[in-house]
Design a protein around this ligand. Structure first.
Ligand code: ARG
Length: 459
C-alpha cells in the first residue's frame, strides 16, 4: 500500500481490509474530469490571490492537464489511492514534487468532493433534460398525427368517456414537461459552489471563492461553510427527480403492456422491441416496457438510500456521505438508458386506429352526454344522472348501445328527450364539443401542444 497523504500523525499503516473497505476510488474514479477542473480553478485563484506563485500555479495546471490526458487515453489507471482526490493529488506530487504539494492549500477533500459531485450532477441534469425533450418532441409528433384518432378514456380501468389518442398522449407530455422543469429547478440548487469552505470552517487565506465559482460556471457560493460540506440535499433532490421520471415512464409502460395484449390490441410494439419465449413459439413479449417499469424499484431504492444515509447524520462531514455516489451513478445510468430505449420503442409502436376508435363506441362512454343533454334542457344534474342511469340499465338489458335505442325508448325515461338527443350523444361530437382548456377537442389539444412547446423553449 502506498503511503497516505495524511499519514503524518500515524504510527501504523492502515489495515489492508480497512483500507479496501474505506476506499472509494473504484467508483469515484468517474469524477476525475471534475476533480481536475476543480483543482485547476482552485489553483488559478490561489495564484491570482498571491497565495502561491504564478509559476507554481502554471506548473501545477500544466501537469493536471497532462494527468487528465493520460487518464483519457488509458495510460494512467486506478491504483490503491483512497479516493479520486488522493489519486489525482498523489499523481501530481509524484510528477512535479514539492510544487504539487501546494495545490491543497486552502482546500479540504470535504469541499472538494462536494464540488466535484455538484459538477457531475449538473452534467447529468443537462443530459437527462435533453432526453426528456427528445421524448416530449416524439410524443408531440405522434399526437399531432392523431388529433382525431378517437379512443376510449378510462377511469378505474373501466370505460369512461371518449377522447383522442392525442389527448391521452399529451397527458404524458405534461408529466415529462413537469419532470423537465423539476430538473431545471433542481439545477439551480446544485449550481452553488462549496469549494473554499475547506473542512468546515473555511480558511484564513485571502481566497476568492466567487472567482472560483465564475471559473467553474457556478451561479454563486455556499452561504454557510458548515452547511456547505454537510449538505447532500442536492443529491436527494436529483434522485427524487429521477424517481418521478421513472414513475412516469412506468405508468406509460404499464399502458403499453396492457394495450399490446390480445384483449386490448390497441397497439403493436415492433419486433425490434419485443422478445420471444424459450418454450412458447407464438409469444411476443413486451420485455423492454416491463424492464423500464421494473427499474423503478432500483431508482426509488437509490432515493431511499440517500435519505436513510443522511437521516441523523451530525454536522458537518461524515464518511457515511461517501455512500452518496453509487446511488447517483446507478440512477443516472438507469434513467438515461430507460429514456433512450423508451423513446426508440415508442417510435416503433403502431397504433391500431380502428380498434382504438371502436373502444369508444362500447361501454356507454356517451352516458354523460345524455345526462348533460337533460341538464341543458333544465333538469338538475343529479336527477339527470338518475334518469340516464336507468336508461343505461335499460340499454344494457336490451343489449343495445345508447345510440341504438329509439326515441320512444328515450321518452319512456323522460319526456324531455327529442330527436336532437342523437346528435348530442354522437361520440365525435362528444369529443369535439369539449373545447375547454386542456380538453380533448382538436382545437384544445392543439392549444395544449402549443403551450408545451412554449414552456420547453422557455427553459
Ligand atoms: N471519498 C470521500 C467521499 O466521497 C471524500 C471526502 C473525504 N473526506 C474526509 N474527510 N475523509 O466522501
Amino acid at each position: 500500500m502506498s503511503q497516505k497523504l495524511w499519514s503524518g500523525r500515524f504510527e501504523k499503516n492502515t489495515d489492508n481490509l480497512a483500507h479496501e473497505f474505506n476506499k472509494s476510488l473504484d467508483f469515484d474514479f468517474k469524477l476525475y474530469k471534475y476533480d481536475i477542473a476543480g483543482s485547476i480553478a482552485h489553483c488559478t485563484m490561489l495564484s491570482e490571490c498571491k497565495i502561491i506563485e504564478k509559476a507554481e500555479s502554471d506548473k501545477i495546471i500544466a501537469e493536471l492537464k497532462a494527468i487528465e490526458k493520460d487518464i483519457d487515453s488509458g495510460k494512467l489507471t486506478k491504483n490503491d489511492a483512497e479516493d479520486i482526490h488522493m489519486f489525482i493529488e498523489g499523481e501530481l506530487i509524484k510528477r512535479i514534487g514539492e510544487t504539487g504539494k501546494k495545490l491543497h492549500t486552502a482546500r479540504s477533500r470535504n469541499d472538494q468532493v462536494a464540488t466535484d459531485f455538484r459538477m457531475y450532477i449538473k452534467a447529468d441534469i443537462n443530459c437527462i433534460k435533453e432526453l426528456l425533450k427528445a421524448l416530449i418532441d416524439k410524443l408531440i409528433v405522434i399526437s399531432e398525427e392523431n388529433l382525431n384518432t378517437i379512443m376510449c378514456g378510462y377511469t378505474h380501468l373501466q370505460k369512461a368517456q371518449p377522447t383522442t389518442l392525442a389527448h391521452h398522449l399529451t397527458a404524458y407530455c405534461e408529466m415529462f414537461l413537469r419532470d423537465y422543469e423539476r430538473f431545471s429547478d433542481c439545477f439551480k440548487r446544485v449550481n452553488i459552489l462549496p469549494l473554499g469552505i475547506c473542512a468546515l470552517a473555511g480558511t484564513t487565506y485571502p481566497i476568492n471563492r466567487k472567482r472560483v465559482a465564475e471559473l467553474l460556471g457556478f451561479d454563486g457560493v455556499t452561504n454557510n461553510s458548515i452547511d456547505g460540506v454537510s449538505d447532500r440535499d442536492f443529491v436527494a433532490e436529483f434522485l427524487f427527480c429521477c424517481s418521478m421520471v421513472s414513475m412516469h415512464l412506468s405508468r406509460f409502460c404499464e399502458e403499453i403492456i396492457l394495450w399490446s395484449t390480445d384483449e386490448f390490441k390497441f397497439i403493436k410494439i415492433d419486433d425490434a422491441f419485443s422478445t420471444g419465449s424459450s418454450i412458447m413459439p407464438q409469444k411476443r413479449n413486451p420485455d423492454i416496457a416491463e424492464l423500464i417499469r421494473g427499474k423503478t424499484g432500483r431508482i426509488y431504492g437509490n432515493l431511499f438510500n440517500i435519505l436513510t444515509v443522511l437521516k441523523s447524520l451530525p454536522l458537518a462531514y461524515n464518511k457515511d456521505m461517501q455512500e452518496d455516489k453509487i446511488s447517483v451513478f446507478d440512477s443516472e445510468e438507469t434513467i438515461i438508458n430507460s429514456l433512450l430505449v423508451f423513446t426508440k420503442m415508442l417510435s416503433s409502436i403502431t397504433f391500431n386506429k380502428e380498434v382504438l376508435k371502436n373502444s369508444a363506441y362500447s361501454g356507454f362512454t356517451n352516458a354523460t352526454e345524455v345526462a348533460d343533454y337533460l341538464v341543458k334542457k333544465g333538469v338538475p344534474f343529479r336527477s339527470a344522472h338518475e334518469i340516464t342511469g336507468k336508461l343505461v340499465l335499460y340499454a344494457e338489458k336490451s343489449n343495445k348501445k345508447l345510440e341504438e335505442l329509439t326515441l320512444a325508448d328515450y321518452k319512456k325515461h323522460s319526456d324531455i328527450f327529442k330527436e336532437d338527443i342523437f346528435g348530442a350523444i354522437d361520440i365525435i361530437n362528444a369529443v369535439n364539443n369539449r373545447k375547454l382548456e386542456g380538453g380533448p377537442s382538436e382545437s384544445s389539444v392543439k392549444k395544449s401542444i402549443e403551450n408545451i412547446k412554449i414552456k420547453l423553449k422557455k427553459q
